[in-house]
Design a protein around this ligand. Structure first.
Ligand SMILES: [Zn+2]
Ligand SMILES: [Zn+2]
Length: 331
């Protein structure tokens, strides 16, 4: 075998700079969820909500400056762990997707061959009737949301998978970067399970229409998912935003997800949905948020805290716990 050290150093440096550059400059990348536009929309929604509550003399009003922009949150050791994890994970995920066993093109063509379904970029036929396209866009959203609920439920209910999902729940404070504190195994489950559901839906529509089909998009996202992206950062941000007593039964507000992160045993495993609350209602895991924010302690059980202090622990501890779980069946 011929090792060209200079070439390896060159390729490695290029890989590091390009991946980290993309991660750092994500706020300038239009089809990134971290695009500046979504930060601004989250900020304006949170500020608007706070103003309305202030006018109504709600205790919500106390929380905006102290929590939304507080150094106590943004420079908390747990938040700093999130930033580091975001960078480390972007390298790991890029490496996994560049390696032969997680090559997205190879996976896609393999699945296309097996299932004869175009999974991701189904070419939209110009002949698709507008009603069919609207129906596909709506159903794709519902099925995708259900797929994400199922995946998230597996991560909570299957002990082995919970070992990996714990990484996300180990955050002691929330910032939008906590959304990226997700182990690679967790990410794989969250990507593949919904894909099976949406692939099946696409297959049904393609069989019916006899051609490829695509959904309506806006700014690089499925149009309905784009709409929810406007508020998505608030799921992991210390401002208590709810949709009110009626809509809270139908949609998962940012406050629902903050309850999902609560260390209080009464909240464990609640509110697993992403946008629609109907799946949690059906599964019996919906906990409605009050209009006024409760004093929540976030994270895992106290005794677990020491396990999630360092980057290597966040990446490797789940494998250690998973092996123990397989060998001894322990909790
Ligand atoms: Zn969870
Ligand atoms: Zn979360």
């Amino acid at each position: 075998m011929n090792f060209d050290l200079t070439q390896i150093i060159h390729d490695g440096t290029y890989f590091l700079i390009s991946v980290l550059g993309k991660a750092v400059f994500a706020p300038l990348i239009r089809d990134s969820e971290l695009y500046w536009f979504y930060w601004l929309s989250a900020f304006l929604i949170a500020w608007g909500f706070w103003r309305i509550c202030l006018l109504n003399f709600s205790p919500n009003a106390l929380g905006f400056r102290e929590n939304f922009l507080s150094k106590k949150i943004w420079l908390h050791p747990s938040a700093i762990r999130d930033y580091k994890f975001y960078l480390v994970n972007s390298l790991i995920m890029a490496w996994l997707f560049n390696s032969m066993w997680l090559d997205p093109i190879a996976i896609k063509s393999f699945l296309n061959e097996v299932s004869n379904v175009s999974l991701v970029d189904a070419p939209a036929s110009k002949d698709t009737h507008v009603i069919v396209k609207i129906a596909y866009t709506l159903l794709f959203f519902v099925v995708y949301d259900f797929g994400r609920f199922v995946a998230h439920s597996l991560l909570h209910d299957v002990e082995l998978l919970w070992k990996f999902h714990q990484v996300h729940h180990s955050a002691e404070v929330l910032t939008p970067f906590t959304a990226y504190r997700v182990h690679a195994v967790d990410l794989a489950i969250m990507a593949w399970v919904p894909m099976i559901f949406t692939a099946t839906l696409t297959w049904i529509f393609e069989q019916g229409s006899g051609s490829g089909i695509g959904f309506y998009m806006f700014m690089g996202f499925h149009v309905i998912i784009w709409f929810f992206n406007l508020i998505d950062h608030l799921r992991h941000w210390h401002v208590w935003v709810t949709y009110g007593p009626v809509l809270n039964k139908w949609f998962i507000s940012p406050a629902h997800h903050q309850l999902h992160h609560s260390a209080d045993p009464r909240h464990w495993g609640c509110n697993r949905g992403y946008e629609l609350a109907i799946w949690d209602r059906w599964y019996g895991t919906l906990v409605l948020p009050d209009e006024n924010p409760p004093a929540l302690t976030l994270g895992l059980h106290e005794i677990d805290k020491e396990k999630w202090k360092f980057q290597w622990q966040l990446q490797l501890q789940p494998f250690i716990d998973a092996i123990k779980c397989i060998r001894f069946g322990n909790k």
